[in-house]
Design a protein around this ligand. Structure first.
Ligand code: SAM
Length: 286
């Protein structure tokens, strides 16, 4: 590689690297590399990065987004699972002394050990086969994240930001909205990647809340209530709660205390109403 630093979103550069390093792109690992410079810049801009920030990137690939992140002069920690990409990354990211590459599985790494005593932002073009497990695990571990900006399937982004009374509103919308304020920043054409993914993409920004939007007495019970209520979308709330194993005779008590009509369907209920049901259930279990 010569002294001029190549632009890693340039399609020719990407093809050249893949060919020279004899890389076989893995569909299984969700390897759809970004080749649109504007998209990479817009993702970075969406995270409002300053040089005092610490950024965790998930899925380095050949470093297309990492390069743009590194140019902000923030501290960049980037995690890549595929060992065969490491030899490329040692070359492509070599000029950037503010980048640390970790070889590992984001779902298995101990992030509190890798990034101790720091708040950070997560920025990623996520591997689509595990979008939801990654986002939920980052949130459930209550990591010191300030926000995350992630490219994901458009359909999943729409489910995450959905409001009650829509077809896309569900347990995922509630889980993410409980922890964050999510917004779709922009959509991205399939032509922005190689290979082109089979689904449309969008960039989602989620800003972590300091406190949840509702008072919940027991978080696990709250999420169990939500999951159970959506188990079969066409069923009534009463029937879904019954199927979840709550004593049939106790359900009217819980619903009446929460002031919720059991003939309604889960998709009609707000987060606040789910909190009321789970709190009433909690009081009954005491
Ligand atoms: N950031 C690069 C870009 O924008 O071109 C690559 C994005 S590509 C959609 C997703 C990357 O995540 C791939 O490089 C893939 O190998 C990596 N990956 C897949 N599963 C992973 C996991 N469990 N932990 C860390 N990285 C993973």
């Amino acid at each position: 590689m010569n002294n001029i630093i190549p632009n890693l979103t340039d399609k020719k550069v990407v093809f050249h690297l893949i060919k020279n390093f004899k890389i076989r792109l893995s569909k299984k690992l969700g390897q759809n590399f970004l080749i649109n410079d504007n998209v990479a810049r817009d993702i970075v801009a969406s995270a409002n990065i300053t040089k005092d920030d610490t950024i965790l990137e998930i899925g380095t690939g050949i470093g297309a987004l990492t390069q743009k992140l590194a140019e902000t002069e923030a501290e960049i920690i980037t995690v890549e699972l595929d060992r065969s990409l490491l030899s490329i990354l040692e070359k492509t990211l070599e000029p950037y002394k503010n980048v640390r590459i970790i070889h590992g599985d984001i779902l298995k790494l101990d992030l509190n050990q890798e990034i101790p005593n720091k708040r950070y932002k997560v920025v990623a073009n996520l591997p689509y086969y595990i979008t939801t497990p990654i986002i939920l695990s980052l949130l459930e571990k209550k990591l010191p994240m300030e926000l995350f900006v992630v490219m994901i399937q458009k359909e999943v982004a729409e489910r995450i930001v959905a409001e009650p009374n829509s077809k896309t509103y569900g347990a995922l919308s509630i889980a993410i909205q409980y922890y964050t304020v999510p917004e779709i920043m922009f959509t991205v054409s399939n032509k922005s990647f190689i290979p082109e993914p089979g689904v449309e993409s969008a960039v989602l920004r989620c800003t972590l809340r300091d406190t949840p939007p509702v008072d919940v007495k027991d978080e696990q019970l709250f999420f169990k209530t939500v999951r159970s209520s959506f188990a079969q979308r066409r069923k009534t709330l009463f029937n879904n709660l019954k199927a979840a194993g709550i004593d049939k005779d106790q359900i009217p008590q819980i619903l009446s205390k929460a002031d919720i009509d059991g003939t309604r369907r889960a998709e009609q209920l707000s987060i606040e109403e789910f909190a009321r049901i789970s709190n009433a259930w909690f009081d009954l279990l005491k």
